[in-house]
Design a protein. Structure first.
Length: 179
């Protein structure tokens, strides 16, 4: 995450960047508390600008700066949100995106544990339906996708895979949850 060096910036970026850095391979957990309207307003503001200083965030939601700091930290600690930099894979030289459907044998726990270690898997979910697990992957090119697919297929407990190559990313939003 890039730090805003302007005088108006405050410690928001520091604590949020630290939380994002900790979240790279941390299991995603569900929030264990209900969000109120103020929590949702904070999330909505940060979805528009994740580097918004606490002072401006406080003004926008009608709380003190200290109260906003506490709420943001609680939302992060409880897994209700993460504040991260969203990158364009193409600008990073990652030209191939795909979803890989995985059919597993037996309990999916061991399979998912192995798949979590693959850096190219950006999104990993256990599903119901014709696939037991879905993996969203971002790699350099088709050769890297083939290599990754072969490594995924070699994981014990995986029966088969099916790869869905992205031809065009039509819509991608992160605004759910705030409204």
């Amino acid at each position: 995450m890039v730090r805003d060096q302007s005088p108006a910036a405050d410690a928001t970026t520091d604590s949020l960047a630290a939380a994002a850095a900790r979240g790279k391979h941390r299991p995603v957990r569900r929030a264990d508390h209900a969000l109120d309207d103020t929590d949702r307003a904070i999330i909505e503001q940060l979805q528009h600008d994740g580097r918004l200083p606490y002072t401006r965030l406080a003004t926008a939601v009608g709380l003190s700066e200290a109260a906003v700091r506490q709420r943001v930290q609680r939302l992060i600690d409880h897994g209700a949100m993460q504040v991260v930099a969203v990158t364009d894979p193409l600008s990073l030289g990652l030209r191939r995106m795909a979803m890989i459907g995985v059919r597993a044998e037996g309990d999916t726990t061991a399979v998912v544990t192995k798949l979590e270690a693959f850096d190219a898997i950006e999104y990993l979910v256990v599903t119901a339906g014709s696939f037991d697990v879905m993996c969203e992957v971002v790699v350099e090119d088709d050769a890297a996708l083939l290599d990754l697919t072969n490594r995924i297929r070699s994981v014990p407990g995986i029966r088969s895979t099916e790869t869905f190559i992205y031809l065009s990313l039509v819509k991608q939003t992160y605004s759910w949850g705030a409204h």
